[in-house]
Every structure is written in C-alpha cells, then in structure tokens.
Design a binder for this molecule. Sequence first.
Ligand code: NAD
Ligand code: 6OD
Length: 503
Amino acid sequence: MNVQTHPRRPLTESAARRDAAHFINGEFVYKSASGKGYDNICPFDGSRIGFVPEAGREEVDAAVQAARAALEGPWGQMSVVERTRLLAEVAAEINRRFDDFLEAECLDTGKPMSLAAHIDIPRGAANFTMFTDVAKTIATETFPMPTPDGAGALNYGLRRPRGVIAVISPWNLPLLLMTWKVGPGLALGNTVVVKPSESTPLTATLLGEVMNKVGVPKGVYNVVHGFGGNSAGQFLTEHKGVNGVTFTGSTKSGEQIMLAAAHGIRPVSLELGGKNPGIVFADCDMDKAIEGTMRSVFANCGQVCLGTERVYVQRPVFDEFVARLKAGAEGLKLGRPEDPATGMGPLIHEVHRKKVLSYYAKAVEGGATVVTGGGVPEMPAELAGGSWVQPTIWTGLPDDHAVVTEEIFGPCCHIRPFDTEEEVIHLANNTPYGLAAAVWTENLSRAHRVAAKLEVGICWINSWFLRDLRTAFGGAKASGIGREGGVHSLEFYTEITNVCVKL
Ligand code: NAD
Ligand code: 6OD
C-alpha cells in the first residue's frame, strides 16, 4: 500500500477546502436546479469547508439516465481486460493525488491523518485493483444433461453486469466504504450512481476528477449529494432506472432502503450496524489483547462499524485488563488531524456528539462505574468548536442496559467479567446484531470452537480489522444482508443467465 509520511500542509490552508459538486455524466454540477444546499462543517474546529448542493429528483434522474446510457456506450463494449486496466489507472491516480484525497478526507471527518494515510486512502485505491482478478476469472457451472432422444443438452451459466447500481455510503470511512462498492461494481461491468453521506461529500467529488483524468467514459461513475429520507438518497433508491442498491449505514436506514427497493423487486446488499463483542480469555497474550482492544474501541473515535463496544473479560484477568485499557485510553492524545501525535479525533458532527453524550449520561444514571472519561474534554481555543468527547470506559451495568445493547458509535466500551466459555458465547450472541467479534486467546482449540459458535459475519482471533479483500464481508442478523468481497461480490454485482442448449 502507498503510505506517504512526509510533512503535510496545515488543513487550515488546504486546497481541499472547497465546494462539493454533483458529478453527472462526466460534468461537475455545483448548483442544483432547486438551488438547495447546505454548508459542509469541519468536525475538528466547526469551521466552514464549503457549500454542498442538495440533489433533487431532477439531478438524481439525470445521473441515473447517464448511468443507463453509459451501459450502452463504450463502457458496455469494453473487454474485461480494457475495463480493469482503466480501473488500475484509477487506483494509480488516487495514489498520485494521495495528499489531495488525504486532506479532503481529514477535513470532512476530522480523523488523524496518520490513520487515514494508513487505512482510508490506500484502501480507497486498492478497492479498484482488488476485483481485477475476480472479474477476469469468473467461472460458472456447466451441466451436460441426457434427453429422451439421446442427443442430450448442455447447460452453462453466463454472468452479466446487473446494470445501474445505486451506492449509498456513510461518513465514517467515506472513500474506503464508497470504493468498496464502486470498485467491484465497475470491475464487473456495471455503472454507478453514488450518494455519499451528507457529512462527507469531498472525496466522492474528487474521485470524479480522477475518472475524467484517466478516461473512464462519461456516465460510468456519477455522484449526487444530499440527505437520506425525502432527499437524494430516497430519490435514488426509488428510481426505477436503478437495478440494485448497495448500502452501508445504520440498520434503521437499511430497513427504509429495503422497502424502497422492494418496489420494482430490486436486489439489495446491506452492510449495517453492530454491537460487537470483544472476548478476552485469561489465556490470552495480554499485550496483544490490550493493543487490539485499544484500536477496536477507540480507532476513528469509535466510529467503525466493526468496533468493540462490549468487552467480556475472564475473571482472573479482569482487573488487570481494566487497569491497562484505562491507562491506554488516558494516554490517547486528542488533537488536530495533521499532528502525528494525535491518537484520536472528534466525532463526525454535533448531532452525533449529542447522541453519544446521551449514552454517557444514561450509563451514569444506570449506575455504571465510570472507569475513565464520560464527558467532553477541554480543548484549546482553536479546536473548541469541534465535536470532541472523551474516550470512555464503564463497568458494572446490567446486561439489558441500553449502553450494553444499543449501538453508540463512539469511543467507548462497557467491560464485564465472565467465568466460562459457554457463558460468554451466550452473552456475545445475546443481541439482535451479528456483525463482528474479536476473540483473544492463545488456546488454538478454544479459538476455533468459539469462532464457530459466534453468530457474526466476521470473527477475528487475536486481531481486529485485519482485512483480506478476497474473503466474504457482511453481517448476520440485523447487521446486514448478503456478503461482498472476492467471488462473493459476483452475487450482487452480476446477474446469472442459464443457457440451455439442446444438442
Ligand atoms: P446512516 O444510515 O444515517 O446513513 C448512511 C447513508 O444512508 C447516508 O448517505 C445517508 O444519507 C443515507 N440514507 C439515510 N437514510 C436513507 C434513506 N431513507 N434512503 C436512502 N438513503 C438514506 O448511517 P451513518 O450515520 O452515515 O453511518 C453510521 C452507521 O453506519 C452505523 O450504524 C454503522 O454501524 C453503520 N456502518 C456499517 C458498516 C458495515 O460495514 N456494516 C460500515 C460503516 C458504517
Ligand atoms: O473493510 C471493509 O471492506 C469494510 N467494509 C469495512 C467496514 C468498516 C465499518 O465501519
């Protein structure tokens, strides 16, 4: 992965501070026909980044029409080799403009540049190269069959692109999660209309420049900005010209999107929320467990769908674990994205901060022991307008308390002791969600045994957020429908036709 470490421009002077634009049929559109739009606000200091136009039905329709037309144009005629060569150019151009993407992403999200430089931007590029092999090596089944006349018949499967894909993405890892859909979608011959989160419009807009620069035909990649319900998101998912909707976001929005996609019987791929357990056995390597749990709880200010919010620690090591995680949390430096010493940034915006702080208050009302944090940190005057909260750890809440059962999406966790393997498996599975789990143990048999019993899409053993893009990714239960990644992406991004040839 391309990770650049040279000193960076201060974000106050960044050229990435600019208006966002829709990207429709290869053109940037800075104003919607309705004139509607809003200010993009920077989460670390509350400053104005620029204007974001809000798409109405007119812009959404233009984007979908452009994507439909592109299916019939040069894009539709391209061989898979030509298509994937072009996508490799997209990845290379993202890497050439690494700092532009990095600055745009950190302005929109407030996350530390050290984090985005290692995860968000390199993965944003890799998502365009990863699916090359999948697209080039599509295999389908063949069944010769006997027929009464003795001549027989031959069945074979043909995969074709699904068509126009609506990509609806969230604000926590904007470029990474958007390209995680756009990469396979395009590699497999579809065209896309992206609706990025209203809070993070910049990198999706910037990607339009990359598409034009490397010569991706117009209409293949389109972006419309705006909100979800009764705005660009809803108009897009309801549009009859869309053949499938792939969505990453909250379970509540996922339900609405599924309802919209039901009209016209369009397929959905849903990657939704979670309330992920971390399970620390007494036989773990404690250094690894602390390092991994520090990341899984506090990375990206706790705004990672795969993050740990419920930690279960076996009783003999409970006190040691709590003390060491507390020390780690208290050692995190909150600060500007450009500062290499910054370990944690702000939450995405004030509305989300209000939500997270409401859980901080509920924990105290519920009788939790606040091990550390629980409030708003004192920040220097230049950052006082940002959406900061303290990294927070609680113990002592009952299993049915809202803080233990509901997704908070902040830098916080509740830690509870347990005694037996059976008990902790029951506790971990006792949730409507089923996205991810992290298990910490040096006992190999236990690791395999527990992983097989956890009702989740992804179970990490002695690691967290270690991603091989060839593997199935998605959530069980209320955490999603479908799997993407590697060959699993074929299911959503292609349609299979069985050809039956009577010989
Ligand atoms: P969100 O559901 O509020 O919004 C996500 C996107 O959906 C945004 O672009 C939003 O505008 C759009 N949207 C909302 N309602 C819509 C509607 N009715 N029709 C069409 N579009 C609509 O989520 P968020 O607050 O941006 O992100 C945080 C949530 O996302 C958390 O719950 C987190 O767990 C989840 N998430 C899940 C994964 C995963 O891979 N499972 C990854 C990242 C985030
Ligand atoms: O790594 C990925 O492909 C992925 N979809 C990660 C999701 C992270 C959630 O915040």
